[in-house]
Write a protein that binds this ligand. Structure first.
Ligand SMILES: Nc1ncnc2c1ncn2[C@@H]1O[C@H](COP(=O)(O)OP(=O)(O)OP(=O)(O)O)[C@@H](O)[C@H]1O
Length: 252
């Protein structure tokens, strides 16, 4: 077999897309959002996905996370081909093996921080022991906020709680969709430093969609999408290089 989900560096891949195409709608009105996308995300790496508006970033994220099925091609999480799963199995896989972080946090306002963090475990039918909750909250710097509700937290603390919720099941990959889009630049820096540390110290795999070259510069690698294809890949990106490359792709 050509590729067993290993990168050139020999690391196994947490997620791999092979020849993924995705059309929204059918017939004459169909919009092609992804075209023959082939890319892997090695374990223990932080990747930013960028591209002009309409490039296919959200569609990519939905397909890679098993929220949407590609029209063609295959998505593998670890060794699992998502197309071989039933809808119920895919739902379980998303709960147990994938973490999600969103721009607007998506915390439940009536629950405490501890209860929000515990939610993915409870949905997966697993025990949410106090030790695990405390350890996970401590990992994001929220050990002393477990009894608070989201309304009593700053934006940065809310995003930390959301990251703890994404981490608590020990997922193979965390997908983050504009995780710093609602934060001021200083708070954003702290959140990005946290995500980077989860990768560098914790071996976590993170894939983050962002419009912001500064945010992208915290990643090990930037994947630039344009018109549903990989237009470029930048390793060890700086904000300046990312911005210059984006400018050449057109406005964003
Ligand atoms: N549900 C849908 N029905 C029809 N077309 C869609 C749908 N979702 C996305 N598209 C189209 O697919 C293409 C890619 O959209 P997508 O949202 O993935 O891009 P994006 O890079 O995330 O854009 P943005 O940065 O503006 O959020 C666009 O042309 C978009 O209009």
């Amino acid at each position: 077999m050509a590729n067993h989900g290993r990168t050139a560096a020999g690391r196994p891949e947490a997620v791999r897309l092979d020849g993924v195409g995705k059309s929204h709608g059918r017939g004459a009105g169909a919009v092609v959002a992804l075209r023959d996308l082939t890319i892997g995300f090695a374990e223990g790496t932080f990747t930013a996905v960028m591209g002009p508006s309409g490039a296919g970033k959200s569609t990519f994220l939905h397909c890679a996370a098993g929220l949407d099925a590609p029209t063609t091609g295959a998505v593998r999480l670890g060794g699992t081909d998502l197309a071989t799963l039933t809808e119920a199995e895919r739902t379980m896989l998303r709960r147990e093996r994938i973490g999600f972080v969103f721009q607007d946090y998506n915390l439940l306002p009536s629950l405490t921080v501890a209860e929000n963090i515990a939610l993915p475990l409870l949905l997966a039918g697993r025990r949410a022991g106090p030790d695990l909750l405390l350890r996970t909250a401590a990992r994001v710097g929220l050990a002393d906020r477990l009894r608070r509700r989201p309304a009593e937290l700053s934006g940065g603390q809310r995003q930390r709680a959301a990251i703890a919720r994404a981490l608590v099941t020990g997922p193979e990959v965390i997908f983050a969709d504009e995780p710093t889009g609602a934060l001021d630049s200083r708070t954003a820096r702290h959140i990005l430093a946290l995500l980077r540390d989860l990768v560098d110290s914790g071996g976590q795999t993170v894939v983050m969609v962002t419009h912001d070259p500064v945010a992208a510069s915290w990643a090990h690698r930037v994947v630039l999408l344009a018109d549903g294809r990989v237009a470029d890949v930048l390793d060890a990106p700086t904000a300046e290089r990312v911005a210059a490359r984006m400018a050449r792709l057109g406005e964003w």
